[in-house]
Design a protein around this ligand. Structure first.
Ligand SMILES: CC(C)(COP(=O)(O)OP(=O)(O)OC[C@H]1O[C@@H](n2cnc3c(N)ncnc32)[C@H](O)[C@@H]1OP(=O)(O)O)[C@@H](O)C(=O)NCCC(=O)NCCS
Length: 144
């Protein structure tokens, strides 16, 4: 909730329903994690404050979709780049993945920059329905 306004400047807001029922969504994510459908990772500073989250939605065929957010107070310091890279390393070792995809809106230049720095290649257009109605592109990283 603390970063809701900040995130809405670059990605679609999830809407009040999401925040009103956050506990239920959280339970559903925990179930996904337990079932192996997703791998959720949270970056926490020594004081316990959440600095970011980095998710892999596992498709079960060696592929996963990456998603991430970094808190406003930690932005612009390489946090996303460092931890997306770390998660991509973990993706092979821990989750046996062969490729990771990520979709970003065209106007989310910071996110595209993060993916490019980590080594993702531009794949092609993304369905706007996947990005809250915004035009965007898919990136892909083939894992060694
Ligand atoms: C996108 C996001 C994850 C970036 O996190 P971060 O920790 O600030 O990213 P980093 O510091 O690792 O790298 C950001 C890069 O984008 C660049 N950048 C930031 N804003 C930019 C802009 N408006 N135009 C061009 N480049 C920009 C930075 O200069 C940096 O590149 P550099 O290292 O070459 O200088 C963060 O802003 C965020 O959580 N945004 C909201 C959620 C989101 O967009 N998630 C991704 C959905 S696909």
């Amino acid at each position: 909730m603390a970063n809701r306004t900040y995130f809405a400047t670059s990605i679609s807001d999830r809407g009040d329903e999401f925040f009103d029922h956050f506990a239920e969504h959280f339970e559903a994510w925990l179930s996904e994690q337990k079932s192996g459908a997703a791998a959720y990772h949270v970056l926490v500073d020594p004081d316990g404050a959440v600095l970011g989250r980095f998710n892999l939605i596992l498709a079960g065929n060696g592929s996963a979709e990456l998603g991430y957010r970094v808190a406003e107070r930690a932005a612009g310091r390489g946090v996303a780049t460092t931890w997306v890279r770390e998660l991509c390393d973990l993706a092979t070792a821990e989750y046996g993945l062969q490729r990771i995809r990520a979709a970003t809106s065209l106007r989310n230049v910071a996110s595209q920059r993060v993916l490019t720095k980590v080594g993702f290649a531009l794949l092609g257009p993304a369905d706007p329905n996947h990005l809250g109605g915004k035009p965007g592109v898919w990136f892909e990283l083939e894992l060694g």
